[in-house]
Design a protein around this ligand. Sequence first.
Ligand SMILES: Nc1ncnc2c1ncn2[C@@H]1O[C@H](COP(=O)(O)OP(=O)(O)OP(=O)(O)O)[C@@H](O)[C@H]1O
Length: 455
Amino acid sequence: MLDTGPDLSTGLFSHIDFSNGAVAAVSGGSDSTALLLLLKQHLDKTAPSAKLLAVTIDHGLRQGSADEARTVAKLCADRDIAHRMLAWSGAKPSTGLPAAAREARYQLLASAARAEGIGLIVTGHTADDQAETVLMRRDRNDATRDEGRGLAGMAPATLHDWRDWIVRPLLGVRRDALRDFLRRQQVGWAEDPTNADEAFERTRMRAALAGEAGAQRMNDALALAARQAGDRTRLGGEAARLIERFASQPAAGLIRLDPALLGAGADRAAVYALRVLLATSGGIAFLPDQARGEALFARLKAGFLCATLSRTVVDFRRAGIFLRREMRGLPAAAATIDGAIWDGRRQITLNDAGGALLIAPFGAMAAKRLAVGRDETPPSLLRAALAAEPGWLQAVEKVGPEPDWPTSQGFAASPVVAPFARFLPSFDLAPARAVAGLIGAAPLPALPLRGPSAG
Ligand SMILES: Nc1ncnc2c1ncn2[C@@H]1O[C@H](COP(=O)(O)OP(=O)(O)OP(=O)(O)O)[C@@H](O)[C@H]1O
């Protein structure tokens, strides 16, 4: 699996479709600098007309970051590679800084890619990063909480914002091999001082994996990640088939599960499917935890119930098992911007009147007045689901004419698959696609990979 041969670029990129170009995310560290040069070699050989843009984000978080960005710019100028430096200018939170920096970084990389008509971002994550990630997750016991999904590590490709692919071609390559390559090329790199700071969990893990002593642990961690990735992909495929067979959507915001799901003899996949659907209905980016999903599934097997999990009301009655967003905690009436995600569940497209609109939950009173229920779905459930859908009010004047959802002229709301809307690892493509089909979300863009890693 680990490639340490002299011509690293062979085989690293041949499974990736670069026909729409690529943005290379280059921090100036060894991994991403090597990524850039290897990719350039590959494209020169195989697709010289493909667009390549190197992008460096200056997070403005430590001294020297702007100098590092300038060093990358110089390297790019020498090698005839287009380069952009982008600064993270937003407010920096006092807690959760690394996560906020990562979020901002991907937003900036995606906007640079879109500006050039590129839909693919490549990063320099290595086998070392993968092993560290997996072992840190195992030490934190994330595995028991989520059935080992996280132990699959980083996916070879991840869809960002349901639009831009992030591809990690170096996940099978050791950092040492990349550094040897750079030395042979006589190209230097920047060392991030935080990588030496033992206060960070990742630094300590890196030290534990160093040298001969760490080599076996590293290989074991990578083998574990590969096994877990296979398991996660298979389980996702089974869950997708269950969703296609047993789930339907009688109305926007209302999912019906055929109770036959409970006796389908595929409990593990059914629990997974249930967790994905709960997060989708509730507009939550994370799946409810495994133990709660299993407990709910066991209760459903025992008979009719009404329960709430992941902001979703689960209502099992004679007509079926119904999932809908609970009314509690819906967003208050507020102006919104075009393209914003409302309540984690609906992407809002504003029409002309944008500025004057407040988006608000449709509400139980308004839902009550509408004629609903032409099929066997209980009208009370249709109304309850409708009440939690977005409606609109006129912002400036007094409350405007009665909201006329779902044919409002003010805005359109299209469903998003909440747990996968921001980041969709390629392991989870099958359930994401199944849920998108179920709720009418935009279809997934094609995966830019060929071969087994295409999932
Ligand atoms: N400042 C930056 N500018 C451009 N790309 C960057 C920058 N920082 C990191 N990257 C990209 O992300 C890859 C991983 O970097 P690193 O491991 O430092 O970040 P991370 O926060 O762990 O990443 P991630 O959040 O993507 O897991 C790099 O190889 C590079 O491709």
